[in-house]
Design a protein around this ligand. Structure first.
Ligand SMILES: [Zn+2]
Ligand SMILES: [Zn+2]
Length: 193
């Protein structure tokens, strides 16, 4: 196998719920993510020290503040921490975001608030919510693994700001992005492009 050309490495993905979050949903998300990646995915116990802050004059959580709190947690070397929440998150310049992360950072934040079909007046469908959640997690972890946005609309690293784009994008990194990922990150047989 060709060595990955990126410098990042990853040995595990740990999920941490932030705010009220049904345990079953968190377990489904972790299990679904495990099928997409070649490293172990584990659901951690909630971290009491995480305190979501509300953006001034907005009924939404400050995404970058929350990301900083996640990054400040003790994160094992080689592990990427994924904070998942049902709280609506935003940053001052955007009305909302699905997720936040830093290029090469140790942690990501993903909100399912606007990934749920019921947010758009559609019938609840946990399978759709989980699938979109996994797509957003893979996108944000991709940034942690030093991938930038991609111009291929069917690639996970394509920027999306609506669920239609999330759904069109699918669950695969494109043939330009996938080889930049650390060896072993993608589950065997999942390099579909
Ligand atoms: Zn992005
Ligand atoms: Zn791509």
């Amino acid at each position: 196998m060709e060595p990955a050309s990126g410098t990042a490495s990853i040995e595990a993905v740990h999920l941490l719920t932030v705010g009220p979050f049904p345990r079953l949903l968190a377990e489904e998300l972790t299990a679904r993510l495990s099928r997409e990646v070649g490293v172990p995915c584990r659901l951690l116990d909630e971290a009491a020290e995480i305190k979501p802050q509300i953006l001034p004059e907005r009924a939404q959580v400050h995404a970058d503040d929350l990301l900083r709190q996640l990054e400040a947690l003790p994160i094992e070397k080689g592990t990427k921490l994924v904070g998942v929440t049902l709280l609506d998150i935003a940053i001052p310049i955007f009305t909302f975001v699905f997720g936040r992360s830093r290029l090469g950072g140790p942690a990501t934040l993903v909100s399912l608030a606007r990934l749920k079909p019921e947010f758009y007046g559609m019938p609840a469908d946990p399978a759709v919510t989980v699938r979109r959640g996994v797509a957003e997690i893979l996108h944000e972890v991709g940034h942690n693994l030093e991938l930038k946005h991609c111009r291929n609309y069917s690639c996970l690293m394509y920027f999306s700001h609506d669920v239609e784009t999330v759904d069109l994008r699918g669950l695969s990194y494109c043939s330009s992005c996938a080889p930049l990922l650390p060896a072993g990150f993608l589950a065997t047989g999942r390099r579909r492009f």
